[in-house]
Write a protein that binds this ligand. Sequence first.
Ligand SMILES: NC(=O)c1ccc[n+]([C@@H]2O[C@H](COP(=O)([O-])OP(=O)(O)OC[C@H]3O[C@@H](n4cnc5c(N)ncnc54)[C@H](O)[C@@H]3O)[C@@H](O)[C@H]2O)c1
Length: 369
Amino acid sequence: MEGTVRYGIVGVGMMGREHIMNLAHLRSHGVSVAAAADPHPPSRRQALDLAASFDWPIQVFSSHHELLDSGICDVVIVSTPNMTHFQILMDIVNHPKPHHILVEKPLCTTVRDCKTIIEEVRKRPEIMVQVGLEYRYMPPVAKLIEVVKSGTLGQVKMVSIREHRFPFLVKVNNWNRFNANSGGTLVEKCCHFFDLMRLFTAADPVRVMASGAIDVNHKDEVYDGKVPDIIDNAYAIVEFENGSRGMLDLCMFAEGSKNEQEISVVGDIGKGEAFVPENIVHVGTRAGGRGGVQIIKTDDKRIKYEGLHHGSSYLEHLNFLAAIRAKGDQAPSVGLQDGLFSVAMGVAAQLSIEKGRFVSIEEVINETI
Ligand SMILES: NC(=O)c1ccc[n+]([C@@H]2O[C@H](COP(=O)([O-])OP(=O)(O)OC[C@H]3O[C@@H](n4cnc5c(N)ncnc54)[C@H](O)[C@@H]3O)[C@@H](O)[C@H]2O)c1
């Protein structure tokens, strides 16, 4: 793709506008935002104002169909509520004009929908799709991935990810308050962590056991007569094909935490830890003991905009843009298969809570449950 790469943003709520901000900081890389689509007038207005502040005279539409038909975009970012991803992706992939796609996580809210999207995209080899599993790019996480890949820790045996944070934010029309819309907490936000577990263990998951509940948050909220059903805390254990194990510890009423994410990866030689937002990585070996633990301050000089996610969205865009410009010679670093597995693990975890037993990934992928 020669010259300026023109982006269209479908869904310009919090994350859509965050994408506009990131793209504005990438202007010198030859990108522009040409259009936005959103049925919610206040979101459209905010997107227009934001784009105007960067001198981008964007066209705004109330639906993605008009944006696609306008023909003014090369790339579409899907940053709409999770339950809308499937239909919007189907419409983009089946549109006569090819558009590359960056879809926010989760790819879709169900495994069946993820699989259908993968089949449809296969029919359009000229379209490239990247999934927004951007935690991979956070500097301390990226550093830990590099340490693991270097072999310093040996064969990875255990990956433990703790996310202790604030409750879900308020979203447009409160879509994120119900499992039916978000896919459930372990799909909606924990797909990021399941994706990281697959990366660290370099293996696919076999089965998942989880325990979780809605214990503190949203209990006094009512929308159209219904109280939210999204869980606010959980433990999940994942077993991988190569015998390694992952554990997720999620708490969404833990504002009193120094870090939001604490990731520990232990191999048969050593241990690595990443702390976000402290931006620190610890690396030690069994031989070196406590005294030998190295403390590394992480940083990525390429980041020109930290934004809401510690610069990871910026790096995600750099990466996606490089893949676009490589015109098929470079696959996006987070592909559809990664999107599918991260959803499947979340779905298995949600089902495990419901059923009180291990749920295999095969049951979920083959929909035998
Ligand atoms: N990468 C991350 O870490 C991260 C962080 C937050 C949100 N997200 C994801 O980004 C997406 C959007 O979340 P958000 O926080 O911006 O939500 P939001 O509610 O702030 O914004 C969603 C916007 O989409 C619009 N919308 C709804 N249906 C639409 C449709 N059919 N076509 C076009 N626009 C439509 C809404 O009107 C709203 O303006 C979700 O998939 C969410 O999971 C990812």
